[in-house]
Design a protein around this ligand. Structure first.
Ligand code: PMP
Length: 446
């Protein structure tokens, strides 16, 4: 096999003109990964917030192998499916955070979100409300990069060059407690302000034109934004009054990350649809799902009677090998009470991150469960927005830590099986990296 420079692969989320010498990871064990040069890293972001059970869980490997040997594929179209997909839907029904109708399977978070939005359209069509097409979402929300998911995503770097978003995607303010409005108003009045903005927007657009609101319980790629207390409850009251469906995008928060199996439970939400991916299979194989609530599912059934078809689904919906891995993942999460472990580990992470509080150039430190963020103020270093994050990432990699930067917010989303010691070492390495970056800037305090 020849050494590859990467010049033949179009890398996702990587500027094409920069994408010929990627950093190549070749091996993983526990929460550690190694690159092609043999360098070792603690993986502070679990791949892409997804390898929840770490890199060497033998039960997941065995589940995949057993299923590959027994039945590597059977699809799920036209009322023929495989036994594993059905069993996984049963497993999900047992732990679902909403009154369940049924579960639909897809392969990625984006596909799950596109599916959920299409189900919202189908729901309203089935009820004879054909005008209800618009989708509401946050300006800092991230829902993926397929056509509808990219349109619901509010981040401009996902839209640029693609002419996105499509028409009919309408955005509301981020529930960001650090935003200037939030700072002016204080947390309670900020929630009032957000709710009023939503009410006004719905009135302006016309409630009879709006199908659904999609939101993340904790907004991940938008900068790890933890909405103020009570925010989503108030949003849901407004949506319910206007018959607008609520889709909880739990692609990051699903399967233990917040300290509950689902963010929906953790934050007391009542979504009509819940989308999950990543942690559903600990990312060992691609699989995602839409948990379709009772009420929506009943309307889908009515609709398909009327339309005589339900023209949605993917070749790999309910892929048996991915489903077998997902079943084993759920079994492990339950047997080992991983959400409970996350609650304890969340305290360790929060305490470790405390060392950043009040430090030079730090704008905010926040965490929830095993999600943690350190937000740096680029103005302190005389650089533009978005320039500190990548520099600290590079310094962190040199210290043996992989993490993500959302602008100038450094994000940790480690595997849920990280030990206390591993979590502390991750934060220590981040602190060393930040210090190295800081000392390298002109005028930095020693
Ligand atoms: N929703 C959220 C909240 C996500 O964080 C992501 C991916 N990071 C997605 C959707 C899209 O998932 P995928 O990349 O699997 O399409």
């Amino acid at each position: 096999m020849s050494e590859s420079s990467g010049a033949t692969m179009l890398e996702p989320h990587t500027p094409v003109h920069l994408s010929s010498t990627p950093h190549v990871i070749t091996r993983g064990q526990g929460v550690t990964v190694w690159d092609a040069d043999g360098r070792e890293y603690l993986d502070g972001v679990a791949g892409l917030w997804c390898v929840t059970l770490g890199y060497s869980e033998p039960r997941l490997v065995e589940a995949a192998t057993r299923q590959l040997e027994r039945l590597p594929f059977y699809g799920s179209f036209n009322h023929r499916t495989n036994d594993v997909a059905l069993a996984l839907a049963e497993d999900i029904a047992e732990i679902a955070p909403i009154p369940m109708g049924r579960t639909f399977f897809a392969n990625s978070g984006s596909e799950a979100n596109d599916s959920a939005m299409k189900f919202a359209w189908y729901y309203h069509q089935a009820l004879g409300r054909r005008q209800r097409r618009k989708i509401l979402s946050h300006r800092c929300g991230y829902h993926g990069t397929t056509t509808a998911a990219a349109s619901a995503t509010g981040l401009s770097h996902i839209h640029a060059g693609f002419g996105a978003p499509l028409p009919g995607f309408v955005r509301v303010h981020c529930p960001d407690p650090l935003s200037p409005v939030a700072r002016d108003l204080g947390p309670e009045r900020f929630v009032d302000w957000l709710v009023q903005e939503l009410e006004e927007l719905i009135a302006e657009e016309g409630p009879e034109t709006i199908a659904a609101f999609i939101g993340e319980p904790i907004l991940g790629a938008g900068g790890l934004i933890i909405p103020p207390e009570g925010y989503y409850q108030r949003v849901q009251e407004v949506l319910a009054r206007h018959d607008i469906l609520f889709i909880a995008d739990e692609v990051i928060t699903g399967f233990g990350r917040t300290g509950s199996m689902f963010g929906t439970t953790e934050f007391g939400l009542r979504p009509d649809l819940v989308t999950v991916a990543k942690g559903l299979s600990s990312a060992y194989l691609p699989i995602s799902a839409v948990l379709v609530g009772e009420r929506v599912c009943a309307a889908l059934a009515e609709g398909s009677r009327e339309f005589r078809t339900f023209g949605h689904g993917f070749t790999y919906s309910g892929h048996p090998v991915a489903a077998a891995v997902a079943r084993e993942t759920i079994a492990i999460l339950r047997e080992r009470d991983i959400p409970g472990r996350v609650r304890a580990a969340g305290t360790v992470l929060a305490n470790a991150l405390d060392k950043f509080r009040g430090a030079d150039g730090i704008r905010d430190v926040r965490s929830y469960g095993l999600l943690g963020a350190v937000e740096v103020d680029p103005a302190r270093f005389g650089v533009g927005t978005g320039q500190v994050g990548p520099a600290v990432l590079e310094a962190a990699a040199a210290e043996g830590l992989l993490l993500r930067a959302m602008g100038d917010t450094l994000v940790l989303a480690p595997p849920l099986v990280s030990s206390d010691d591993e979590l502390e070492r991750m934060v220590d390495r981040l602190a060393t990296a930040y210090d190295r970056f800081r000392r390298g800037r002109p005028g930095a305090a020693e």
